[in-house]
Design a protein around this ligand. Structure first.
Ligand SMILES: NC(=O)c1ccc[n+]([C@@H]2O[C@H](COP(=O)([O-])OP(=O)(O)OC[C@H]3O[C@@H](n4cnc5c(N)ncnc54)[C@H](O)[C@@H]3O)[C@@H](O)[C@H]2O)c1
Ligand SMILES: CC(C)[C@H](C(=O)O)[C@@H](O)C(=O)O
Ligand SMILES: [Mg+2]
Length: 349
């Protein structure tokens, strides 16, 4: 019996994880679900965004299905108690350095894409985002300069081992796909990016079959919109990957469509699976959220943590079939509620 921790979190988190759970339950697998409070909900329930009981559950579970976190009141708390610290803490403390964010245009979603249909149809990529380093985890603070001005700082750094291990995942993934890897950095300006590029080039000697290219992140943002079909696997740092994946989501139809897996190895590890979107306070509690990103995250969970490849493919096929059949939440131009979208996927399953 495998244990899946459901950390639903805030805003639309509980709404979308409920639909993903229904899909997992329908597969009749030998799994049990345990829920833990996290984010603002964790703060309200236990005085901390990542309460000790939730942390224990996260460590012991075979996999984590995560919704989203965010303070419905805005940034009302001190940074250490903000809901976002819970997801950052889980990623860092569980060592989940490899964040897979696949972006694919599902057939029929051309209309929802921000791009022209013939351009959108070419989208089938994975953005591999480094998740436990970069400016997110460097020294940060607020100080007063000699002339009395407030100055905020966040140190951006990567060491070569951090770069090498994510690059290895990138090359291995490229080998399993189209032997194409694009490393995205800002090496024309940043020392961290120069080291990133040097380490990726050193490692590429072990992967002669993979065609490696490098692109500056500003150009990559432009190319994602101009010609997304040129990308297969993109490997990049934490901050760049965060931004590029939100952008890629609208190319593929909606931010409500992109799942993610956060891993420390290819498979068999207790990874964390979550949609790339946040708690969406503007639509929370209204049944408007698209649950597909979370359902597709559950499929990634089946594949990467439980080794259930057929079941993962079944869930993905069910999402595809539901969309082909015209199922659409508001973000995709439809009128379906979150639960109705879940019903459509369930029916297809
Ligand atoms: N991993 C996470 O938990 C995570 C990720 C991103 C943002 N956040 C947090 O979420 C809060 C809100 O952030 P934001 O507004 O910048 O980003 P967001 O992703 O929550 O929302 C951005 C926009 O996309 C829409 N949207 C998001 N998910 C959707 C879905 N499934 N279906 C339909 N529409 C959807 C929202 O309604 C909103 O208009 C913040 O507190 C932020 O820190 C958390
Ligand atoms: C909530 C925030 C800390 C998070 C990030 O920046 O990683 C989010 O934007 C994401 O994409 O998962
Ligand atoms: Mg983000």
């Amino acid at each position: 019996m495998k244990t899946i921790a459901i950390l639903a979190g805030d805003g639309i988190g509980p709404e979308v994880t409920a639909e993903a759970r229904r899909i997992l339950e329908a597969l009749n697998l030998d799994i049990t679900f345990e829920e833990g409070a996290i984010g603002y909900a964790g703060y309200v329930a236990a005085g901390h965004p990542l309460p000790p009981a939730t942390w224990e559950l996260a460590k012991r579970a075979d996999a984590i299905l995560f919704g989203a976190v965010g303070d419905p009141r805005g940034d009302a708390l001190d940074r250490a108690l903000r809901p976002e610290q819970a997801i950052l803490g889980l990623r860092k403390q569980l060592g989940l350095f490899a964040n897979l964010r696949p972006a694919t245009l599902f057939p029929g979603l051309e209309d929802a894409s921000a791009l022209r249909p013939e351009v959108a149809r070419e989208i089938d990529m994975v953005i591999l985002r480094e998740l436990t380093g970069d400016v997110y985890f460097g020294e940060k603070g607020l100080r007063t300069t000699a002339d009395g001005k407030r100055e905020g700082y966040d140190v951006m750094s990567y060491n070569e081992e951090e770069v090498r291990r994510i690059a290895v995942v990138g090359f291995e993934m490229a080998k399993r796909r189209k032997n194409k890897l694009c490393s995205v950095d800002k090496a024309n300006v940043l020392e961290t990016s120069q080291l990133w590029r040097d380490v990726v080039i050193e490692l590429s000697k072990d992967y002669p079959e993979v065609a490696l290219t490098h692109m500056y992140v500003d150009n990559a943002a432009m190319q994602l919109v101009r010609n997304p079909g040129q990308f297969d696997v993109i490997v990049t740092g934490n901050l760049f990957g965060d931004i590029l994946s939100d952008q890629a989501s609208m190319c593929a139809g909606s931010i409500g469509m992109l799942p993610s897996a956060s891993l420390r190895a290819w498979s068999g590890d207790n990874g964390l699976y979550e949609p790339i979107h946040g708690s969406a306070p503007d639509i929370a509690g209204q049944g408007k959220a698209n649950p597909c990103a979370t359902i597709l995250s559950a499929a990634m969970l089946l594949r990467h943590s439980l080794d259930l490849h057929d079941e993962a493919a079944r869930v993905e096929a069910a999402v595809s079939a539901a969309l082909k059949g015209g199922a659409r939440t508001a973000d995709l131009g439809g009128t379906m509620t979150t639960a109705a979208m879940g019903d459509a996927v369930l029916a297809a399953l």
